[in-house]
Design a binder for this molecule. Structure first.
Ligand SMILES: [Fe+2]
Length: 336
């Protein structure tokens, strides 16, 4: 009799949290090997079941738009300010409303309207071939200097990383200066924009490029593991953290936002708060050699090895809202 009561109580204790806790639906365009552990740790800690929908950001944004008020999305996760900005501009997000988020996320990485936060950061750097370049550009603005004619490789101007970078230049220097910068960099191309960030770094090793622009973690990945066309010869690549004497190095984010029609907003809030725990921060940042956003959490060894630098503290809002103008400028100048 007693045994049966105990086991019923034990069963109830096991069953109740799962029943009460429910689920959370994550629409994510960011996928790394560490994600499985990230999500299962949240499930273990809260009893909330995580359902993941993974696809590219544009597909997920379109899906949320077409699902409208009947949407299943609770949390939208993506990389790059321009993409989370696009979701917000499409009216697909709502305020997170969490004291923990307010207290933990640096203000410049938190949307003014509280619709999204940065969950990790990435720096956009200048790289150069140490064998060929003795005076590398020290600022983004320097990339437009005619002395670098025929030397520069970047990816396409329609890429979100390039849109955010130009958005930040518009915010700092104004639209006309930004337009002149785009024209100047275009005049310095070693080749037409092509490929991803890793391909810009590969171009330094193959000799096609003398100077390249890429996010720091592509270089870190080449140092940490075997990346074809990059790791072999990576010691010939020099690294510049741009704008140390002026605005600081351009910082972008991986982002999480609360979906406007979230069917499980309390669970969504709990999940976003979980992303800011030291354990989750370590997994999010180190899975891709990014920087954690929470003070006191260390980046990976290889990222620590890149050294300290001054970051641009321009609010991410200031460029996530200028990427349409950035695209217009790239198009008008003919920057592919
Ligand atoms: Fe990337």
């Amino acid at each position: 009799m007693i045994r049966s009561v105990v086991s019923t109580v034990a069963l109830l204790a096991l069953a109740t949290p799962a029943f009460a806790a429910g689920e959370v639906n994550i629409y994510s365009s960011r996928h790394y090997d560490t994600d499985d552990a990230l999500y299962s740790n949240f499930e273990d800690a809260t009893g909330i079941t995580v359902n993941r929908i993974e696809d590219n950001a544009d597909v997920l944004i379109e899906r949320m738009r077409s699902e409208g008020e009947l949407g299943a999305a609770d949390v939208f996760i993506t990389v790059d300010a321009s993409r989370i900005g696009r979701a917000d501009a499409a009216d697909l997000l709502q305020p997170i409303g969490s004291d923990k988020v307010d207290a933990t996320v640096p203000a410049n990485l938190h949307a003014d309207n509280d619709h999204w936060i940065g969950i990790s950061t990435r720096a956009r750097l200048i790289f150069f071939d140490k064998n060929d370049v003795t005076e590398p550009p020290q600022t983004y603005e320097d990339l437009a200097d005619p002395k670098y004619k025929g030397m520069i490789c970047t990816r396409s101007g329609s890429n979100p990383y390039m849109l955010s970078l130009l958005g930040s230049i518009i915010a700092h220097d104004g639209e006309e200066a930004a337009r002149a910068w785009v024209a100047g960099v275009k005049d310095n191309f070693a080749r037409e924009p092509q490929g991803g960030d890793t391909d810009q770094l590969r171009g330094l090793i193959s000799g096609e490029c003398d100077i390249a622009v890429a996010n720091h973690y592509y270089y870190a990945r080449g140092l940490q593991s075997e990346v074809s066309g990059l790791t072999d010869g990576i010691e010939t690549i020099g690294v510049v953290f741009p704008n140390q004497e002026t605005t600081g190095t351009h910082i972008n984010i991986s982002a999480a936002g609360l979906a406007k029609y979230s069917p499980n907003p309390d669970n969504a809030r709990a999940f976003i708060e979980y992303l800011l725990t030291p354990e989750a921060q370590q997994m999010i940042a180190n899975g891709n050699n990014e920087f954690p956003v929470v003070e006191g959490v260390e980046p990976s060894e290889v990222v620590i090895g890149l050294g300290d630098f001054r970051r641009d503290e321009l609010p991410v809002d200031a460029f996530s809202t200028r990427t349409d103008l950035a695209q217009k400028i790239y198009n008008e100048v003919g920057y592919k």
